[in-house]
Ligand binder design. Structure first.
Ligand code: HEM
Ligand SMILES: CC(C)=CCC/C(C)=C/CC/C(C)=C/COP(=O)(O)OP(=O)(O)O
Length: 308
């Protein structure tokens, strides 16, 4: 791997792309209609800062996990286990991204967004990676808060969380990703459980077995189905989103149900891949509903939002 490609790999580009997309949705749901020039500037700088912070957290995760990454088949090709980069290079890179991120957010956006983004960065890079991951099979449930935060980070870039409904609305989006994370990760962990057992990481399929994990996946997926309807219940989103959430959610519940008696050992990976399609599509529905189809929102809801 060339040096440039190794540094790029440290930022977990595909995971971070979806993370930034959920922040984009947070940004645009916080803006009524088309952005003003000032809002567009906050959006661009806010998303840049959030991206840099997530990339920095991902690089620190590579650094702190290098010993377990070399024991796992899925991760042994990463830049540190293969010695493509030295730990000092990774640390320098991660610090540079973090400093740049904080500079952009503090100078160009606002303190609330900077503080929340910093907390998410520490939450994933340090609290989850260095501690929770090794401490409890609930590691990814609790650590999921950091990964779920980006819609709130995006929302705060625009509003500074000064409006009456800002926290309630942004936290609904966070709640969706928070409840989505266990099915997303545990499906992969079932397939990769031998890796985690070898690296002595107490993931749920290792500590409680595959059968128990499958039931937990179904439980969280049903919960996700319900939670995904809340933006419509709260009047944040309209009928277009509701239909999308119902269809996407029904398919996810079907996958989780089928996982109780899977047709083959690869089925867990199909559930994992669907989880990514699900989140991407659900947030795309939120955006499309908010942007393109505001006239589908009930008039009463529009009135209520204006008053709010
Ligand atoms: C604690 C929370 C989470 C855990 C433990 C987790 C775990 C994982 C793992 C182990 C992988 C496989 C990565 C690889 O093979 O390199 C993965 C892939 C992925 N995750 Fe997550 N994830 C979490 C949260 C999130 C969040 C919040 C998002 C986005 C909003 C996300 C999006 C993705 C995507 C898009 C992939 C596919 C990457 C690819 O195809 O290379 N994950 N996740
Ligand atoms: C500022 C901000 C928004 C921070 C969030 C950062 C972030 C990159 C979250 C991603 C979650 C993720 C990929 C977890 C996998 O961790 P793992 O270490 O268990 O997986 P691995 O074994 O593939 O490294």
């Amino acid at each position: 791997m060339s040096n440039w490609r190794s540094y790029w790999a440290l930022t977990k580009p595909r995971v971070v792309a979806l993370i930034v997309f959920t922040a984009v949705v947070g940004v645009f749901l916080a803006i009524d209609g088309l952005p003003t020039f000032a809002e567009a500037k906050l959006a661009v700088l806010g998303l840049l800062g959030i991206w840099l912070a997530a990339a920095s957290a991902a690089a620190i995760n590579h650094l702190l996990d290098r010993r377990i990454d070399e024991k796992m088949a899925r991760t042994k090709g990463r830049p540190l286990p293969t010695h493509a980069l030295k730990p000092a290079q990774v640390l320098t890179f991660a610090i540079a991204l973090a400093v740049l991120s904080m500079a952009v957010l503090i100078i160009g956006v606002n303190w609330v967004c900077a503080a929340l983004t910093f907390a998410s960065m520490i939450g994933y890079a340090i609290i989850y990676t260095a501690w929770l991951k090794h401490a409890t099979p609930q590691n990814i449930v609790i650590g999921g808060i950091a990964g779920a935060a980006p819609p709130l980070l995006g929302w705060s870039a625009i509003t500074g969380m000064q409006g009456q409904w800002d926290w309630a609305h942004a936290l609904l989006l966070v709640l969706i990703i928070f409840v989505w994370t266990p099915p997303h990760f545990w499906a992969l962990a079932i397939f990769r459980r031998a890796d985690y057992a070898r690296a002595l990481v107490p993931m749920l399929p290792v500590t409680h077995g595959v059968e128990y994990t499958r039931w937990q996946i179904l439980l969280y997926t049903v919960l996700l189905f319900v939670v995904s309807l809340l933006p419509w219940v709260a009047g944040m989103s309209g009928i277009f989103y509701l239909v999308g959430a119902l269809i996407l959610g029904a398919v996810f519940v079907w996958y989780a149900w089928k996982l109780l008696n899977p047709p083959d050992e690869f089925f867990a990976m199909r559930v994992f891949h669907y989880s990514i399609v699900y989140l991407m599509a659900l947030f795309a529905f939120l955006l499309a509903d908010h942007w393109l189809l505001p006239w589908l929102r009930p008039a009463a809801t529009m009135e209520w939002m204006r008053i709010a």
